[in-house]
Design a protein around this ligand. Structure first.
Ligand code: ISE
Length: 338
């Protein structure tokens, strides 16, 4: 049984504590830390945890009672625990994004390269989703030919938090497509251009500019467009369509029952990512736990993938603010991440 220490017991941290306690085998929550101690006490009480509440992330990472870490703290404070865990040789599953800047993400990569092994798996959960895995198999099989275009939609009913701002739309939401499309296409990005759409009058936050439209150009000339709309009101709607030379492959909609009622036929849409990607979250944890227990290389999205996403994310933020197309330059991938 892998003893996990969870850093950050807010919304996604609580979700992960719950899945580790009720669903995912092979690991248990043995320690928790949050800058708000009450969040730890609540998680321990709500999920009946037999876990130590630590006074600091450092103390938990250092503790011999903790085998590996799960980072669910705010996006801009991921770096310190990641570097600390790598330094003392413990694996970490960190929520996305790896960090909020390319320079910080590069530090994580450098820390792994210095030791010569991977310690970090990034929570880009799409890579464990059944539908995306099917798309990847179709793309890699060559059956629809080389990929020419892709269109994605990332719609949230409402922003994730009351303090969600314009850059979060890129670095917290769109970052998923930045990673998963890089993986699906298997080639590097060349440039990105972000556009702001007409403001939704139902958007409650004054400094949250969206919807946004991304146009990504790949090294081969292929183009990806992504609509990010986080005030769509009607549900959590994730779509992706790959256009190849001979055919098209689209992400299947999540199967929900067809309901015939009150003169209508309809399928329910997931309300949020928690339910939409529940299986993917469970699978990413299982993969992390098995690799850590078996001492085999981590197989999920790596610190390098997180770094690439940070480079592209930063370019997207620059593009949005400066209203211009921005080049994306990805360095050569080190052998460790081959
Ligand atoms: C959240 O953190 C996610 O990971 C969701 O997939 C995304 O849709 C949401 O906007 C993020 O806040």
């Amino acid at each position: 049984m892998l003893n996990l220490g969870v850093i950050g017991c807010g919304s996604i941290g609580r979700d992960h504590v719950e899945r580790l306690t009720t669903t995912v085998a092979g690991g248990r929550v043995a320690g928790v830390f949050d800058v708000v101690p009450e969040a730890c006490r609540k998680a321990v009480a709500d999920f009946g945890l037999d876990a130590e509440i630590f006074a600091s992330a450092e103390a938990m990472i250092d503790s011999p009672k903790i085998d590996a870490l799960v980072v669910c703290s705010k996006n801009d404070v991921h770096l310190a625990p990641l570097l600390h865990a790598i330094k003392i040789g413990k694996n970490v599953l960190t929520e996305k994004p790896l960090t909020t800047s390319a320079a910080e993400s590069r530090q994580v990569v450098e820390a792994e390269l210095a030791v010569g092994r991977r310690f970090v798996q990034v929570g880009f959960n799409r890579r464990f989703d059944r539908g995306y895995l099917q798309l990847k198999a179709i793309a890699d099989s060559g059956q629809i030919g080389a990929l020419l275009l892709a269109n994605c939609r990332h719609y949230n009913a409402a922003p994730a938090t009351s303090y969600y701002r314009t850059d979060d739309v890129i670095l917290d939401t769109f970052i998923h497509e930045i990673d998963v499309m890089h993986w699906l296409f298997g080639e590097n990005y060349a440039s990105i251009e972000m556009k702001l759409g007409r403001r939704n009058s139902l958007n409650p936050a004054p400094d949250l500019d969206e919807p946004q439209l991304a146009i990504i150009e790949l090294a081969s000339g292929a183009l990806i467009t992504v609509e990010i709309n986080i005030n769509c009101q009607y549900g959590y709607d994730i779509q992706c369509r790959l256009v190849g030379e001979r055919g098209i492959a689209s992400l299947p909609d999540v199967a929900t029952p067809e309901v015939r009622l009150d003169g209508r036929i309809y399928h329910a849409i997931d309300p949020s990512w928690t339910s939409r990607f529940v299986d993917a979250y469970n699978s990413e944890f299982l993969a992390f736990i098995h690799a850590t227990v078996d001492k085999t290389p981590l197989a999920g999205p790596s610190a390098w993938d997180g770094y690439v996403a940070s480079i592209a994310g930063e370019a997207a933020v620059t593009s949005l603010h400066e209203r211009r197309k921005v080049d994306i330059v990805i360095p050569d991938k080190p052998a460790l991440y081959a």
